[in-house]
Design a binder for this molecule. Sequence first.
Ligand SMILES: *[C@@H]1O[C@H](CO)[C@@H](O)[C@H](O)[C@H]1NC(C)=O
Ligand SMILES: *[C@@H]1O[C@H](CO)[C@@H](O)[C@H](O)[C@H]1NC(C)=O
Ligand SMILES: *[C@@H]1O[C@H](CO)[C@@H](O)[C@H](O)[C@H]1NC(C)=O
Ligand SMILES: *[C@@H]1O[C@H](CO)[C@@H](O)[C@H](O)[C@H]1NC(C)=O
Ligand SMILES: *[C@@H]1O[C@H](CO)[C@@H](O)[C@H](O)[C@H]1NC(C)=O
Ligand SMILES: *[C@@H]1O[C@H](CO)[C@@H](O)[C@H](O)[C@H]1NC(C)=O
Ligand SMILES: *[C@@H]1O[C@H](CO)[C@@H](O)[C@H](O)[C@H]1NC(C)=O
Ligand SMILES: *[C@@H]1O[C@H](CO)[C@@H](O)[C@H](O)[C@H]1NC(C)=O
Ligand SMILES: *[C@@H]1O[C@H](CO)[C@@H](O)[C@H](O)[C@H]1NC(C)=O
Ligand SMILES: *[C@@H]1O[C@H](CO)[C@@H](O)[C@H](O)[C@H]1NC(C)=O
Ligand SMILES: *[C@@H]1O[C@H](CO)[C@@H](O)[C@H](O)[C@H]1NC(C)=O
Ligand SMILES: *[C@@H]1O[C@H](CO)[C@@H](O)[C@H](O)[C@H]1NC(C)=O
Length: 658
Amino acid sequence: MDSYLSHSMFMRLLFLLSILFLVLLTGSLSSLQPLCHEDERSALLQFKDSFIINMSASYDPSAYPKVASWTLEGGNSDCCSWDGVECNEEAGHVIGLHLNSSFLYGSINSSNGLFRLLQLQRLNLADNHFIGSQIPFGVGNLLRLTYLNLSLSMFSGQIPSELSHISKLSSLDLSGHIPSLSGYLTHLTFLDLGHNNLEGTIPNSFSELKSVMTLGFRENNLSGMLEFDMFLKIKSLSVLVLSSNNLTLLTKANSNDTLPQFHTLSLGSCNLRKFPDFLRTQNKLSWLEMQQNYIQGLVPKWLYNISIKTFRAIILSDNFLIGFEQSPLVLQWSKLEILDLDSNSLQGSLPIPQPSIKIYHVQNNLIREMSSLICNLSSLYVLDLSYNNLRGNLHPCFGNLSSRLSALQLRSNNFHGTIPKTWVEGSSLEMIDLSENQFQGQLPRSMANCMMLEYLHVGNNQINDTFPFWLGNLSRLKVLVLSSNAFLGAIKNPEINYTFSGLHIIDISKNSFSGYLPAEYFLHWNAMKVVGANDHLIYMELGFSGDGWSSSVQFSDTLTNKGIELEYDQIQDVFKNSSFRGNPGLCGNPLLKKCGDFKYTPTPPSPFEENRSSESPFHFGWKVVAIGYGCGFVIGVVIGQIVITRKYDWFVKIFGKM
Ligand SMILES: *[C@@H]1O[C@H](CO)[C@@H](O)[C@H](O)[C@H]1NC(C)=O
Ligand SMILES: *[C@@H]1O[C@H](CO)[C@@H](O)[C@H](O)[C@H]1NC(C)=O
Ligand SMILES: *[C@@H]1O[C@H](CO)[C@@H](O)[C@H](O)[C@H]1NC(C)=O
Ligand SMILES: *[C@@H]1O[C@H](CO)[C@@H](O)[C@H](O)[C@H]1NC(C)=O
Ligand SMILES: *[C@@H]1O[C@H](CO)[C@@H](O)[C@H](O)[C@H]1NC(C)=O
Ligand SMILES: *[C@@H]1O[C@H](CO)[C@@H](O)[C@H](O)[C@H]1NC(C)=O
Ligand SMILES: *[C@@H]1O[C@H](CO)[C@@H](O)[C@H](O)[C@H]1NC(C)=O
Ligand SMILES: *[C@@H]1O[C@H](CO)[C@@H](O)[C@H](O)[C@H]1NC(C)=O
Ligand SMILES: *[C@@H]1O[C@H](CO)[C@@H](O)[C@H](O)[C@H]1NC(C)=O
Ligand SMILES: *[C@@H]1O[C@H](CO)[C@@H](O)[C@H](O)[C@H]1NC(C)=O
Ligand SMILES: *[C@@H]1O[C@H](CO)[C@@H](O)[C@H](O)[C@H]1NC(C)=O
Ligand SMILES: *[C@@H]1O[C@H](CO)[C@@H](O)[C@H](O)[C@H]1NC(C)=O
């Protein structure tokens, strides 16, 4: 008993000692944290010394003089512990200064120590009094800034163009200044305030920027009425970008006024209800954006008579346009490369642009007819006519387009007849989507010429053919969808070695395939090693360069897994239908219907789930679905986002050798 007691006391002592040790260790560890850097400390002290504390300098009742604690006295030399100073933990660099409402009073210029804090990411100087000094251009040194708040801080004059060099800046609050721009009579030629959180409307004083050439406000939170005519007074203005706000443009200007000749006009989501009259005399436009407005009716004929030789891009998507006045079959803009008419209510015949066109989007309209002149567009790179009412045969000349064409999207129309046979050698096609039409007959064997093909979707048609082994040589093919057609016969063909070496997703559901489902396929479809990054198959990148907007449209060179998944999610009902389902003649693993033995075994727990933790060679991301189907069970497998890290043993174990 005694020995037990003393033992327990010993244990308690040991426990207390350990606690003490831990406390000491933690203490010594925290004192090991990096002190602030000496150069940054002296920069902060210099910043402090350039101001006096003036109790009238801040409005906020919670204001107090934070910099009063910034002193070397009392062993307080670690500037990371100073009020309002934020350091990063590992390196001890100053990354945040939170000095809003701190009674700072004085002027500030580019030699201020502040602009030597090169690691700074967040700077809040709101609600202080910088006695009308200009925002120093030195702010452009702070290239890591993501947040800058100079609201209510009595800066005045010009906003330095250096601000636009800070590419990471995502929040800029200059509120409390923008209304008084009298100091702007200036030589400012470039001002881009895009991608900030600017709120309110754009004040009329911007018209005082007499020599500005580029004004950018893209993607802010600007709203309310905008007296657009103030911009039309700036004769030097050439690039004006207002898209992605919620402004309502008011303009009385007409073609009789002398107006600046714009190069770029970006008027997306500006609550426009018609094409503004002042456009009539614009003859140097290269880039016009009017997407997401409320423009109704016909495109007026004067519009397709302006800037005939200069337009490169016209973006009219997401409006309520129903057609073109005088329905011109051929549009005259001779240098037009991008035409985006997506999501309108265009009817009748497809307008044909000039052969300069590279990207033509007319998705989601009511177009019924298309002239074979479309095949004259020899520079065409992306053609998206999905979700229209196009009918009849697809002209045989389409196959010829493929030498330049990269993406052909005809999804959800009423095409019928056979798919054109002339898919030329040297084709550039990476994506063909003919789904949701009424194509009949066979898949043309010349599609095997499309060596760049990554995505082929012919689902929901009436294609009557055998399994296209002959596509197996297309090493880039990642997505193959044959679902809901009249494909039939065996998938296995002993004559041919199965390659399909790049395949990620295959959907053969709702056909009449029969016979073995060859597991060899899965073994050879081993491309599932790629790890995805991009979200979109095709994306348009708009860049702002010094002399205006430039554009580049990119088609991802490789469809990454994630991109495919996203695309695929759109074409799949999110796995109610499995990829193999609906082929009553199919048997063999992974289907539970045994070949030559038509008894059904009850469904086991999904082998994938079971094996995942122990020996699954696959990373998560498998899409495996077990569905009760008719009188038996079918396991559907969609192979996507799979990373094979080890040998195939496990796979073979699950599917077995045929
Ligand atoms: C910048 O401000 C400091 C005081 O903060 C002053 O001493 C210096 O002369 C100013 N420099 C210029 C170029 O105005
Ligand atoms: C303090 O600021 C007020 C205005 O906000 C100003 O009138 C006053 O002169 C300032 N005091 C000093 C000592 O600079
Ligand atoms: C400064 O801003 C922060 C965050 O916006 C806020 O919490 C704080 O109350 C403000 N005032 C002072 C004196 O720090
Ligand atoms: C900027 O600071 C002011 C005053 O502290 C605050 O009201 C405002 O919300 C801040 N702006 C942003 C964008 O954080
Ligand atoms: C944009 O402004 C509205 C009010 O005008 C506000 O409700 C909304 O939160 C703001 N959005 C952002 C992202 O700042
Ligand atoms: C745009 O502003 C109007 C008022 O001017 C408002 O009714 C509407 O909800 C706003 N739209 C968005 C998307 O914020
Ligand atoms: C333009 O000027 C002509 C002749 O000066 C005039 O007849 C016409 O009404 C004017 N147009 C507009 C829209 O003001
Ligand atoms: C097109 O422009 C030319 C000259 O720029 C002009 O003569 C012609 O009348 C215009 N046509 C239409 C339909 O506006
Ligand atoms: C279409 O192309 C053919 C052959 O290149 C040419 O003869 C014809 O004039 C073109 N048609 C149009 C309207 O450009
Ligand atoms: C396709 O191109 C070939 C050779 O360039 C040409 O002979 C054939 O007539 C074209 N077919 C169509 C339908 O345009
Ligand atoms: C498919 O085509 C073959 C021969 O071309 C024909 O005999 C068969 O009836 C067709 N099947 C269907 C479902 O159209
Ligand atoms: C299939 O591949 C194997 C080796 O991988 C080879 O021996 C055989 O000849 C090939 N068969 C055909 C028909 O190409």
